[in-house]
Design a protein around this ligand. Structure first.
Ligand code: NAD
Length: 263
């Protein structure tokens, strides 16, 4: 399998989980430091390609090298993304809007498209599947600014369209996690390339206020959903499906967040 952005956060948790499931994992990762750490931390069952999801050729390279080293490709997880730190439209400097839009959509949307395009022949050969990391922002406002929210809604559109276009050989599904403490960064075009979600947001308070389950998960807590979707034996009937696993943002109450506090 392949995961993009496997150097930290959810991507790295997926590398560890899939290794534990017996998979061999190719990773496309932009950060040289994180790529080196991955290569050092895991043995020969992980192949790390340093590169950028914005470039089609880098996506093609990780597919080629993974197949060369491990013989086949069953699952492609497109996961690398950036966040806009909920920068509202009126707070985006007008002279930065073009650059911000291009950066956000280039990584979060075009990067996912490049990944699917690069992997399609190998996945067709194995009857494999694509899994896209979405977000609560693929469904609800306020978990990002207009650009992050629109980019994740666009990912939902890609899942539906590609599920149609690549079937019946390739299944295309998504996982929509909610908050988790990771190294998630912002756009360089807003000077947020070094800002991390954990330094900027009190995630524990956030999930208490807006999720039924109220506890802040770790990245590893989301990985089982990917294992389920990757398993043809367990998900043969799922394509165009998205697992919403954000702690229940869509079913929270108005007067009280969770109705069962007294249970
Ligand atoms: P993260 O920053 O820890 O992980 C993302 C990885 O992608 C990093 O290793 C980063 O170096 C890499 N990356 C960034 N840009 C890249 C590029 N252009 N090319 C290649 N690699 C690149 O953040 P994370 O929170 O683990 O994010 C993973 C996914 O989870 C994203 O799709 C994000 O939108 C989603 N998500 C995160 C949260 C959250 O609260 N952290 C909530 C919902 C959804």
């Amino acid at each position: 399998m392949i995961v993009t952005g496997g150097g930290s956060g959810l991507g790295r948790a997926l590398v560890e989980r899939f290794l534990g499931e017996g998979a061999r994992v190719g990773v496309l990762e932009k950060s040289a430091e994180k790529a080196e750490k991955l290569a050092n931390d895991f043995g020969e069952d992980v192949l790390v390609v340093e590169g950028d999801v914005r470039k089609y050729d880098d996506n093609a390279r990780v597919v080629q090298e993974t197949v060369r080293q491990f013989g086949r490709l069953d699952t492609f997880v497109a996961n690398a993304a950036i966040w806009d730190f909920s920068t509202k439209m009126v707070d985006i400097p007008v002279d930065r809007l073009d650059a911000l839009f291009d950066e956000m959509f280039h990584i979060n949307v075009k990067g996912y498209l490049h990944g699917a395009r690069a992997a399609v022949e190998e996945l067709a050969a194995t009857g494999g599947s694509i899994i896209y990391t979405v977000s609560n922002a693929g469904f609800y406002p306020g978990g990002g600014g207009p650009l992050y929210t629109a980019s994740k809604h666009a990912v939902v559109g890609l899942i539906k369209e590609l599920a149609f276009e690549l079937g019946p050989k390739i299944r295309v599904n998504g996982v929509a996690p909610g908050a988790m403490p990771t190294d998630l960064r912002g756009p360089g075009s807003l000077g947020m390339g070094e800002t991390t979600i954990t330094s900027a947001v009190s995630l524990g308070d956030l999930v208490k206020q807006c999720t039924v389950l109220q506890e802040l998960p770790e990245a590893a807590d989301y990985t089982g959903h990917y294992v389920l979707l990757a398993s043809k034996a367990n998900s043969r009937t799922a394509t165009g499906a998205i697992i919403n696993c954000d702690g229940g943002m869509g079913v929270r109450g108005l007067a009280e967040t969770a109705g069962g506090n007294d249970l």
